[in-house]
Design a protein. Structure first.
Ligand code: IMP
Length: 212
């Protein structure tokens, strides 16, 4: 992380006081979930795509580094506070992979994404390993145009199942069964997924910190 990204020494969280927030993502699944979580708490919520912005290259090796890259880029380009989610799936039997590279595992040579292919890669990598433990991570960063930012992280623990089940949600949802349930996230309506999801947990922390 560069010095420019260093959290200011002032430890008091900065409150979000405006009406407008830009969500720094092109991922429709994340955008839908974040819009539902915010409900009517924000007057105007737009996405980076609404401003014609491309996604910056995610050159970080941690969730917070990548979330910062996205949030600070969009805040600087739009002049408005921006919220980014960097997330991924960490699988015990794969030594924590795909982790921050969860989206890359779905990337095809033509640049499009195929999550069935990514889930098959997970399945092949796990083989018959009895350790099915996994967790999703969501790191949310809220960045202001002056460079200040606030960051939070949420985890959802569970296990990997095969074959994939359910056509709701996005990404790796069809192979992830959250703790305490027998259904995959792919078999749950978003309101149910939000009861336990990494993004909902991170969102609650962000609300407590910056949306008092
Ligand atoms: P990134 O944050 O843009 O690097 O992408 C994170 C990737 O992690 C997504 O493209 C999904 O593949 C995966 N991911 C993150 N959150 C979820 C989730 O809630 N369900 C399923 N897959 C997810």
């Amino acid at each position: 992380m560069t010095q420019d990204n260093a959290q200011p020494k002032d430890k008091t969280p900065r409150a979000f006081t405006g009406d407008e927030l830009v969500v720094a993502t092109h991922n429709k699944g994340k955008l839908k979930e974040l819009r539902e979580l915010f409900g009517d708490k924000i007057k105007t919520m737009q996405s980076a795509a609404d401003f014609g912005l491309e996604s910056p290259e995610e050159t970080g090796t941690t969730f917070i580094e990548n979330a910062l890259i996205k949030a600070q880029y969009v805040a600087k380009e739009t002049g408005k506070p921006a919220l980014a989610d960097d997330s991924g799936l960490c699988i015990s039997a794969l030594g924590g992979d795909p982790g921050v590279y969860a989206a890359d595992w779905a990337e095809k040579p033509d640049g499009t994404r195929d999550f069935y292919m990514a889930m098959e890669k997970v399945h092949a990598g796990m083989g018959d390993n009895p350790d099915k433990k996994a967790y999703f991570v969501s790191c949310l960063v809220l960045a202001w145009p002056d460079g200040h930012y606030e960051a939070v992280e949420g985890h959802a623990h569970g296990s990997i199942t095969w074959p994939p089940r359910g056509d709701q949600g996005f990404g790796y949802d069809p192979i992830f069964v959250p703790e305490g349930d027998t259904r995959t996230y792919g078999e749950m309506a978003s309101a149910e997924k939000e009861k336990t999801s990494h993004r909902a947990i991170a969102f609650e922390k962000m609300m407590a910190k910056c949306f008092p």
